[in-house]
Design a protein around this ligand. Sequence first.
Ligand code: 5AD
Ligand code: SF4
Length: 446
Amino acid sequence: MFMDKKFYLETFGCQMNVVDSERIVDLLRQIGYSQVNSAEEAGLILLNTCSVRDKAERKVYGHLGRFKPLKDENPQLILGVGGCVAQQEGERLLEKLPYLDLVFGTHNIHKLPDMVRSVEENRGRCHETEFLDRETRIQLFPQRTEGDSITRFVTVMQGCDNFCSYCIVPHVRGREVSRPSAEILDEVRALAAAGVKEVTLIGQNVNSYGCKEQGEIGFAELLRQVHEVEGIERIRFTTSHPKDLSDELIDCFGELVKLCKHIHLPVQSGSDRILQLMNRGYSREQYLGKVRRLKAVCPEIRLTSDIIVGFPGETAADFEDTLSLMAEVGYADVFSFLYSPRPGTAAAQLADDLGAKEKQARFDRMLKQQEAVSRATWEGDVGRTLPVLVEGQSRQGGDQLFGRTTWNRIVNFDGPTELVGKVVPVKVTTNFKNSQLGELATGTEN
Ligand code: 5AD
Ligand code: SF4
């Protein structure tokens, strides 16, 4: 089997990594590689990794172990690791894993072609995990203008300066930098011209977009300008930090018709004491105040959240505060995580002394409470006719299409492929755990 110029790439973790992986694919294509879907066929295997939680990190090591036999069989095989684990571990990864050839950090993706060439030419194993300066990073923002899908991510900022006490992100992705708004708008216009209908503006904390760059516009203004771009039908953004969610930005949900009625607004905890230990920069009441404003400006808005269970020192009363906040907000979905200490973070100094059993019991209770609320939310859509942006043919095949509602929920329904890229009315008929089934209708309710 000819496997020289074929690569296999696996991506773990968040949307930032998804965008980084798109860039990796572009760069490898430029040096003559084509992507394959199985590691066995590839001459180059790369993992783009995540270290945000202990579980995510362990998964990476598990996967790497899986590739070792392939390397034993074919010593020419090039095996590389990028992303947050690579950034965190650097050269240590090469020491730990003798069968690994290259390690590239979060600021060094652009060096990948040279690194691959170097290994190809038997110049030895290599690692690049240096953080770059601000100016260089601004020049290196990923730019992709191909219209190969109906929806696309557009990176608006990278890094994070918040240093939430549990979080490894500022340590592995570096300080916050914003991309020039003129460049973002050029990219959105080019995407629209290429047939893209929905853009998701992404960054670790998009709400603080522009704040650190002299003369740059803020995030609400950026949204308004993206809203002006003809051809773009829908706009989303993620992730938001509650402390930086301004009234001006909240008002956008009432003003901008293309802005989807969904916000992911991670609360992390409902207890003031824990929020302070987490260094989140807002109180429970401040968070709830913002939620009330969002709902007042946009009554149909749905919120989702991230919550950490079992942060060091979390008492039963702190946990009850989180459950009551969740009930008060009425999240459409919650992503809950068991706390895990991350190396180098402030919280790693605190005693992680809540027993695993108690942590798990709290986690299960949270899940149960949320499941009921989520089910009620999504089942409430049954019988409603909602605008759906059609993204393509569903995995079921046949005549089935799939798209999303404004709340980012996938809906499958039968229809002709000419509808791909259009916003069409779909009557929701059945709700499943992660998607909905519907039928094409003639007009929406609103
Ligand atoms: N332990 C558990 N969950 C964490 N998260 C981030 N760091 C940790 C940690 N050390 C969660 C937060 C964040 C999401 C991406 O991951 O909830 O919003
Ligand atoms: Fe991590 Fe907090 Fe930054 Fe989010 S805002 S990436 S949780 S440090």
